[in-house]
Design a binder for this molecule. Structure first.
Ligand SMILES: [Zn+2]
Length: 148
C-alpha cells in the first residue's frame, strides 16, 4: 500500500529522476497549460479538467513521459474540482516533496518519479472513506488516460 508519510523530500533536497526531460521538445509537444503545470508547477482551474468527472476504467499516465501513475480504481469523487486518487499505482510511481510556496501553509507536492514533472498535491486526514485517507489531488492536464 502506498504510504506518503514516511518519505517526503525536503524542498531543497536534490532528487534524481530516472529519465530527464528535454524542455524544448516538451514545450513544442504540449499545449501551454500542460507545460505550465508539469514543468512550472502551475495549477489548472478547478472543474475545468477533462478527467475531473471521468470514471472510465484504465490507467492514468504522465503526460510528459508516459509513466503509469494512477489507476482508475483508486479514483474517487470529492467535488474538489480536480481528479482525486487515494493512492498511486505503485508506491514509488510518484515522489512527494514538501511545498512551502503558500507558507505558512505547508503542502505536499506530488511529482512523477520518472521525470520529475509536477502533478498536484496530496492531502491526508480529510475523512474520505477510502483505504488510505489520502487525496492525491492531480491536475487533469498532467495526465493521459489510457482506457483499459
Ligand atoms: Zn513523468
Amino acid at each position: 500500500m502506498a504510504n506518503s508519510g514516511s518519505n517526503v523530500y525536503g524542498e531543497d533536497e536534490a532528487i534524481t529522476y530516472k529519465s530527464s526531460v528535454d524542455e524544448t521538445a516538451l514545450k513544442e509537444q504540449l499545449d501551454p497549460l500542460s507545460y505550465a503545470v508539469l514543468r512550472e508547477a502551475a495549477t489548472e482551474r478547478p472543474f475545468t479538467g477533462e478527467y475531473n468527472d471521468v470514471y472510465e476504467v484504465g490507467s492514468y499516465r504522465c503526460k510528459a513521459c508516459g509513466a503509469e501513475l494512477f489507476k482508475s480504481e483508486a479514483k474517487f469523487k470529492t467535488g474538489c474540482g480536480w481528479p482525486s486518487f487515494y493512492q498511486p499505482t505503485e508506491g514509488d510511481a510518484v515522489v512527494l516533496i514538501e511545498d512551502r510556496s503558500l507558507a505558512p501553509r505547508v503542502r505536499t507536492e506530488v511529482r512523477c518519479a520518472n521525470c520529475g514533472s509536477h502533478l498536484g498535491h496530496v492531502f491526508e486526514g480529510e475523512g474520505y472513506e477510502t483505504p488510505t485517507d489520502q487525496r492525491y489531488c492531480i491536475n487533469s492536464v498532467a495526465l493521459v488516460l489510457e482506457q483499459a
